[in-house]
Design a protein around this ligand. Structure first.
Ligand SMILES: O=C(O)CCC(=O)C(=O)O
Ligand SMILES: [Fe+2]
Length: 300
């Protein structure tokens, strides 16, 4: 049974411990939720959006300087699969050195670099806070993700009147543990799939809120408790759409595996341990961008 007209849950980050139950349910039932009172200043979100737009408007020769650090972490050009989409990526956003390298490759101004630094620091802190609260909602220690890496992406969808009705980003799950999305405040198009039906629910922009999606690493790490939501971006109206995504990926080198507290006789281990980079390559080589983590399921 689908959940019909229910809408995506909203979690008030200023209301903990009160929200743990709602958070746990959102993660199990939806695999996504909005957060409010998250502490990222509105003017910083706005400034970051302006910087993202101008970097994505750079000539393609300059954008190509944003090279991969791990597989497909750098500039993604429009492709046959997603011809309306392009994206710039910054691997290891928690490192000031990585931010500076990204900025200098793209000839960012000192002002733009400063906004990037501030946003990267603030949003990285938020990934740690939300990751921590997720763990606590399962009765675990909040510091499990302290050494995990983050990938920052700015996405542009070139929606023109001729392509209304077509797809901007094909259906996928994120490979990450969790993703924080700052949506375009004007142009909608993101849709998440309900867990128990194949219905797509539009995620309309909600001023000031951020959207959190759980990805494949969350499902494997939680031994199946956290749901990796399928989603896509549809072109519903003409206009350039810019979104900002921060992916909390996984441990840099250690394997992703469910902690012992989440494994017992009733909950046998569901996934073979894997490293994030191995998994990223598996995702790239397996044609489908949704459901790859099922390949790592342990069959009894
Ligand atoms: O642009 C969006 O709203 C979604 C982007 C997305 O799903 C992704 O970057 O993984
Ligand atoms: Fe995504």
């Amino acid at each position: 049974m689908g959940k019909g007209k229910e809408s995506i849950p909203t979690i008030d980050l200023s209301n903990f411990p009160g929200e743990y139950g709602k958070l746990r349910e959102a993660c199990a039932e939806w695999g996504c939720f909005r957060v409010v009172n998250h502490g990222i200043p509105l003017d910083l979100m706005w400034d970051m959006k302006k910087v993202a737009r101008s970097l994505l408007d750079l000539p393609v020769e300059i954008k190509r300087r944003n090279t991969d650090v791990i597989a497909r972490s750098g500039y993604q050009e429009p492709s046959p699969v997603n011809p309306l989409y392009e994206s710039l990526g910054l691997y290891d956003m928690a490192s000031s050195h990585s931010v500076q390298t990204f900025c200098s490759q793209l000839d960012a101004s000192p002002h733009q670099s400063e906004i990037m630094e501030k946003y990267a620091q603030a949003i990285y802190a938020l990934t740690m806070e939300i990751g921590g609260k997720l763990a606590e909602s399962l009765g675990l220690n909040s510091d499990f993700c302290k050494e995990w890496t983050c990938l920052f992406r700015i996405n542009k969808y070139n929606f023109t009147p001729e392509v209304v009705g077509s797809t901007g980003a094909q259906i996928h799950t994120d490979s990450s543990f969790l993703t924080i999305l700052q949506l375009d405040e004007n142009v909608g198009g993101l849709e998440v799939m309900e867990r128990n039906s194949d219905a797509f629910i539009p995620v309309d922009p909600l001023p000031g809120a951020l959207l959190i999606n759980l990805g494949d690493v969350a499902t494997a790490w939680s031994n199946g408790r956290l749901f990796n939501v399928k989603h896509r971006v549809q072109c519903k109206e003409a206009g350039v759409r810019v979104s900002i995504a921060t992916f909390l990926l996984g441990p840099k080198e250690a394997a992703v595996e469910a902690p012992p507290e989440l494994v017992d006789a009733e909950h046998p281990r569901l996934y073979v341990p894997f490293t994030y980079e191995e998994y990223r390559k598996l995702r790239i080589s397996s044609k489908s961008a949704a459901g790859t983590v099922d390949l790592l399921r342990i069959h009894s």
